[in-house]
Structures are given as C-alpha cells and as structure tokens.
Design a protein around this ligand. Structure first.
Ligand code: LUZ
Ligand code: MOS
Length: 771
C-alpha cells in the first residue's frame, strides 16, 4: 500500500483572492429594490441632544426613510456583557462619530444629499478623553481588578535595587481592507438575513433579534469571508449590522450599509492605549524580586470588550518572566472616544510592552546586557504565573539560545558598535523580544466550537464550522483536519460560509483559537463519520472481494480504503460513500468541541484560564537617521515554537503579518485626536501603516516543529496573535540605536517611536552632558 502524502494547496481560497474572483459583501450584483444607508453621526464627544429636525431630509425625492431611536421596534440596546450602549442615542451622544440617525435612500448620492438637510441642536457637555483625566474623575467601568502572588513587601525588602516609572502605549487603527458593512435582507415572515462583516455571527443574531423585537430563530447571519478584521469586527460590527437590520426590517426592503474608509476610521474604536505605573525590585544580577504594576486602559465611551482586554493585559503583565512576588492592578477608564475594542493581541501586547520596557530599565541600571536580564528572569519549567497557572513546556531559554546562534549575537553586537563609532548621524541598534502568549478565551464559556459535515454519495464533502474566514485560512486548516482524518485529498471538500443555521451559538473567531476549537469540532464530526464508513467498509470488502476482516483493521488513506495487511484490494472513497448511502447509514455529522481543563475564579483572580502557551523570540536590527528620524529594518530573525503545525505556509504568513502589525504599532502608527475628541487622521494617506517597502533584506523565520504535550488539534498551536509581539523588537532596536548617542543618559523613547519621536529623543540625548 502506498502511503504517499496527500498534496495540499496551502491556501484554499488563494486562487480566488489573487485573481480577484473572491466575492466580498457588496460585490454581488445588487438585489432588486435595494436601499442604501448613510449615518448621521455625533459632532461632539459628549453632548445633550436638544432637538432633531428631519423634516427637510424626508422631503427629498428618493429618500425612503429617516430613522431615529424612537423608530426602533425592540430594545434600543446593543450592549452584550453589560447593557450600556444604545443602537441610536435618545438624548445624549457619547463620542464623535456615534451614529445618531439612519438615512435610507434609493442611491448613496441621495442619502448623502439628504443628510446635510438634517438639523441637530446639541448642548455640549464636558468630555473626558485621556486616561489621566479619567483617573482624576474616577471614570472607571468597574472597580479596579487585582492579581496578586507572593509577598511584594517582602520582595522589595529582599531587592538590591528599586526602580519606579511610567510607561504608555499608543493606539492603533485596524486598517482592515474591507470596511465595516452589512447587507440586510428582510424575509416574508418577520424574519431577516444579515450578510455581515463580522467575527461574531451569534452575537449579531442575538442582538439584532433584541433590537427588532423578534427571536434568534428569526435572524440568520451568514459570513462567507472577510477582507481582514484583526479584532475590529469581533464586536464593533454589531452596531453597523444591527443598524442595517433595523433599516431593512422597518422598510421591508434590502438595505446595504457600507462605511467609507474615512467613516470607518472616524466612527470605530481602536486598540486600547494603556498607561502603566510600575515599581520593580531586583537583585544585582537583574532578577526581579518584586513587581508592582498599575495598568489603566482607555476604554472609550461604552464598555464593549474593555474588561476582557484589560484582563488579558493583566494576564500578560509577566510576559515570559517569573515574578515571585507581584501585584497587578487594572483599571478600565470610561472616556468620550469611540469605544475601543478587540485588536490582535487583545491587551496582551500592552501588558507585554510594559514589562519589556521595565526589563530594559533594569539592564540600563545595572549596565548589563539586555538579553541577559531577560534570560535570568525567564520562567523555568512548571513555575506558576501570578494568577496561579502552571507554565508548561516553558522554552524561552532554548529559543533565545537558538536565536543568538542564528544571528551570531556577540559578533553582531560588536559590528553594530563599530558601525555606530564610524557613523555620526546614522546609528544602528539590535532589539530582542520574547513572547509567551496564553491560548483560550479568558471567558471560559466561549471556548467551544461546532462543525457540520455532509458526505455526498459521490464522495465529495460539504462542510461548515463556526469560525470566520478572514484571510487567516481557517477554512484551509479545518478542511485539512477532516481530509487527514478521512484519508482523502482536500479538493474533495468545500467549506461553506459560517451561518447561524448550520453552526449556531458560535463563539467569535478570536483569541487565536479559531482553528483550535473549530478544527477539533470538525475532527469530532469526521471521527463519527469514519466510524460509520468503517462499518460499511467491512461489509463492502466482504461483498466485493469476499474478504473477511475486522473494523479495527480498516485504513483510510490516499482517497481509498484498505485492510491493514492486504494492500492488494481497496475501495475508492467515493465508492464507499455511495455504498454507505445505499446501506442507509447517516452520511452527515455534527461535531462539537470544548476546551478541557481550563477554569478561572474571578473572585480570587486565580486559576488556569489558558489551555497552553505559545512561545517565541524575535530579533531586529534597524538603522536610524537621527537628523530626520527616518529608519529602516535591516534584518529580522524569528524563532517560533510551532509544535506540529497544520500548515507551515499559512503559519509563516501569520507570523509575517503579525510582526509587521506589531512593527507599525510600536514605531509608526499614530492616531491623534483634537481637543474635542475628533480623530484627525481618517485616511490611509494620513495614517501610516507598514507597507511592502518596509520589508528588510533579511526576514527569516525559523519554525521549531516538535511534538508538544500542551497543544491543540493534531498537535498544532494557535498562531494568530502571539507573533504581533515580535514587532516590538523594532522599537527596542531603535531605542538601542539612540542609546549609542549618549552612554550616560536614559533613553526615554515614546511609543510609538515615530520619526518625530526619534528626532526629539535624539536631540534630548545630544544636548545632555556626556555626549
Ligand atoms: N476575545 C474575547 C478575545 O472575548 N476574549 C479573549 O480572551 C480574547 N483574547 C484575544 C482576542 N480576542
Ligand atoms: Mo481578536 S483581538 O482575537 O478578535
């Protein structure tokens, strides 16, 4: 019997996307009688609504309806965990860009014209925009959260040195290619179908039903693919989908709501900026004996996902470092910005950036190698995190060792020093950052997935699962799992859209866990089918070849079915499928999976919220022009613990993309708002993200492929979010390049390290004595 490996195309939807054949919401031919929606949004960060006059707008020919809060048939409430967010505000607006009125017209042009005829009288109210203002006014969503371990007073007493300081992180716009959108199609029986750009089908179904005063059974949410999301469609999409649903349900015509790029950037929340105050105690060797950190996040105008984001930030305040005595306090601030939301990493990058900065402060204080301080603090096998989870299969030490060998660490450092000695205005730096990332939703109930598989009598398969395809190729991975289990090639499988009727109660495709939970659910369904196919295979071998054998000897491979010790006779998979149908055995299966073993107690803030951790380490070399702040990546090296990857090419793509997103976040993406809380950059020409031009000459990823006890489906590990942290190595590389200007002074480089920030920091360093 040949057990040749089945050839797998590494991107199931790659051809369609590259050729432009792939359809996104709004690309299909327009439905008959479709109506276009536009939003009139708040001009103030905080104001009372005194009067709304829509009469002139309604008179415009081609305007179908102008809808406000009072037209909403059900509950005017889209809050999920906490009900604090109206679909449309009734008497008070809370941020610039908050939708206030929904205009429906026969064309976009007409809607845009009519919107200008609407008059809203506001009474401006005081607004809170920043974390310090919010803290001063005690504007918090819930009381502070706290994670504690050991005895920090004792830890500080035992330390040789103590440092205190403040660190802030920037915000970040999701910049997905496909803006927020939904096409809502009313049915003929008080029901509705939503083609929605969302990571969370079940949430939209539930909340649309609430707003329309119907039931979940009356709402179908269907998602074929998204043009990127990065967390920006985990929760932010609910508002826009429910607005489209509201319009369509009201006028009984299909409604298309598609935001323009500048509307999207202006109206939607972003990555939470954090402000941290820390106090750290450490020994002469740099080992941390006590860490006391207070993390505050800017949550924006509604709670959205601010609590779990803050919590994940707190869970990652340790990154890869063992903290014997720690106190981690978190506060989510309520401000008058668009509600900040999920963004790849979900608070973890913020918590990690803080401790990485603290590690560097320790190295500077002790005048020892940055990497050395990291090494001495790495978790050892089976040490506990501050929240009490065992750190299994900790491997930061091995990964760093591997990385150092790969980049010839000592030699590289001395080359950089030599370069800097010989160049006055151009400086080089090397930054190294490790990551440990906890995998599972921290809200335990979300860790479940479903899948549905139909085998047809011709042996081809239609399947679907609860995950959303958003460019991460979850469909490829889930189909690979099914193909492997059934011993067939992936081209026998078509993965259909994620749809609330086929895969109900789906968790958001988030927390890097999409392939884990949905892949395992698909595996469960495939195993059920294999069991039935095995029964009929034994019977068919008997009928066809007069072969007698046991079920336990049946093997599925190469699109065929064999007996273990007899490769001479085989059945085609399609032949068996047909036979099984005639035998009246069920060729459909629903699979289910819930992540085992995880738990967390929010009273004590202790438990094991994560099923396993992902580890890796990255090094970047940059070159900085200190006169202009311009900088470029010279080389990047990443060593990533990939376990048994399901698809190496897809994982390499995720690592590369996440690295550049982290690079942009920490070195160039800066989105300011004015004194009135209005975002200033609302185009991709004024908001700078990395491009293909930023690729360094050397960009090398080493995937460590090995069997890990703590991993997920078919031995694989999650990949979506952890590598974002690798991007921070560029920030620290820039910082080290600047440090070469002045060996006596502290380098206080803002994050993001924009060209402007670099020039200002360089000027400060040069003007300080000792340069
Ligand atoms: N979403 C969520 C997430 O609801 N809970 C999480 O823990 C999470 N983590 C990362 C990204 N999205
Ligand atoms: Mo996310 S930040 O996993 O949607």
């Amino acid at each position: 019997m040949t057990m040749e490996t089945i050839k797998i195309p590494y991107h199931l939807s790659g051809t369609a996307i590259v050729t432009g054949a792939a359809k996104f919401i709004g690309d299909e031919p327009k439905l008959e009688r479709i109506v276009y929606a536009k939003l009139l949004t708040s001009a103030f960060a905080h104001a009372k609504i005194l009067k709304i006059n829509i009469e002139e707008a309604k008179k415009v020919q081609g305007v179908v309806a102008v809808l406000t809060a009072k037209d909403i048939p059900g509950e005017n409430q889209i809050g999920h965990t906490i009900k604090d967010e109206p679909l449309l505000p009734e008497d008070e607006v809370m941020y610039v860009g908050q939708p206030l009125i929904l205009i429906l017209a026969e064309s976009k042009k007409i809607a845009e014209y009519a919107i200008k005829l609407i008059k809203v009288d506001y009474q401006e109210l005081p607004a809170i925009l920043t974390i310090p203002e919010a803290l001063k006014n005690n504007s918090l969503y819930v009381p502070e959260r706290k994670i504690e371990c050991g005895d920090i007073a004792e830890g500080f007493k035992k330390s040789d040195y103590i440092l205190e300081g403040e660190i802030t992180t920037g915000t970040q716009e999701h910049a997905y290619l496909e803006t927020q959108r939904c096409i809502a199609v009313p049915g003929d029986d008080n029901n509705i179908t939503l083609y929605s750009a969302t990571q969370s089908t079940a949430e939209i179904q539930e909340i649309a039903a609430r707003v329309l005063n119907i039931k979940s059974k009356d709402v179908v949410v269907d998602v074929k693919r998204l043009g990127g999301a990065f967390g920006g469609k985990e929760r932010s999409s609910t508002l826009f989908s429910c607005l489209a649903a509201f319009g369509a349900y009201k006028i009984k015509r299909p409604v298309e709501l598609i935001l323009s790029r500048s509307e999207d950037i202006a109206f939607t929340g972003k990555r939470h900026p954090f402000q941290a105050k820390y106090k750290v105690g450490f020994s002469k060797s740099g080992k941390i004996t006590a860490y006391d950190v207070h993390l505050s996040s800017n949550g924006g105008a509604f709670i959205d996902l601010s609590l779990p984001v803050l919590e994940r930030g707190m869970f990652h305040a340790d990154n890869t470092y063992y903290l014997p005595n720690a106190r981690i306090i978190g506060a989510a601030c309520k401000t008058n910005l668009p509600p900040n939301t999920a963004f790849r990493g979900f608070g973890a990058p913020q918590g990690i950036f803080v401790i990485e900065s603290v590690i560097e402060k320790i190295a500077e204080k002790l005048q020892i190698d940055y990497a050395k301080v990291r090494e001495v603090n790495f978790y050892g096998e089976k040490e506990l995190t501050p929240y009490g989870e065992t750190v299994n299969e900790a491997c930061s030490n091995e990964l760093l060792k591997e990385l150092k060998e790969k980049i010839h660490y000592e030699k590289l450092l001395s080359e950089i020093t030599e370069f800097n000695d010989n160049n006055k205005y151009i400086k080089r730096g090397l930054g190294i950052v490790p990551v440990k990332f906890g995998i599972s939703f921290t809200f335990t109930s979300l860790n479940q997935g479903t899948a549905l598989i139909w085998i047809y009598p011709d042996g081809s398969i239609s399947m679907s699962h609860g995950g959303i395809e958003m460019g991460q190729e979850i469909n490829t991975k889930v189909a690979q799992v099914v193909a492997k289990e059934l011993g067939i090639s992936i081209d026998k499988i078509r993965v259909e859209s994620s749809n609330t009727q086929r895969n109900g109660n789906a968790s958001p495709t988030a927390a890097s866990s999409g392939s884990d939970i949905n892949g395992n659910a698909a595996l469960n369904a495939a195993k059920q089918l294999k069991e039935r196919l095995t029964v009929s295979a034994v019977k068919m071998f008997q009928e066809k070849y007069k072969l007698k054998g046991k079920e336990s000897e049946i093997i599925f491979a190469d699109n065929k079915i064999f007996y273990k010790n007899n490769s001479e006779f085989s059945l085609d998979f399609s032949e068996l499928a047909h036979y099984t149908y005639l035998e009246r055995l069920n060729l459909g299966a629903q699979g289910y999976y819930k992540t085992p073993e995880i738990y967390f107690d929010r009273e004590t803030m202790k438990g094991s919220p994560f099923y396993y951790f992902v580890y890796g380490v990255a090094a970047s070399v940059v070159e900085v022009d200190i006169l202009t702040g311009a900088n470029k990546l010279i080389e990047v090296h990443i060593v990533h613990d990939a376990a048994q990857t399901l698809n190496k090419e897809v994982d390499l793509g995720q690592i590369t993309g996440a690295f550049f997103q982290g690079y942009g976040y920490s070195t160039m993406e800066d989105i300011n708002y004015d004194a009135k809380g209005k975002y200033l950059a609302t185009t991709l020409s004024t908001y700078k993200i990395p491009t293909i031009c930023d690729l360094p000459e050397i960009f090398d990823i080493k995937m460590i492929e090995c069997k890990r006890e703590h991993a997920s489906v078919m031995g694989s590990k999650a990949i979506g979010e952890p590598p974002l942290v690798y991007g921070f190595s560029t920030y620290f590389a820039i910082k080290h390049a600047l440090a070469s200007l002045n060996s006596q002074a502290q380098v206080d480089l803002p994050m993001p390290a924009t060209a402007e920030a670099i020039v200002m920091t360089a000027n400060k360093l040069i003007s300080i004595e000792g340069c």
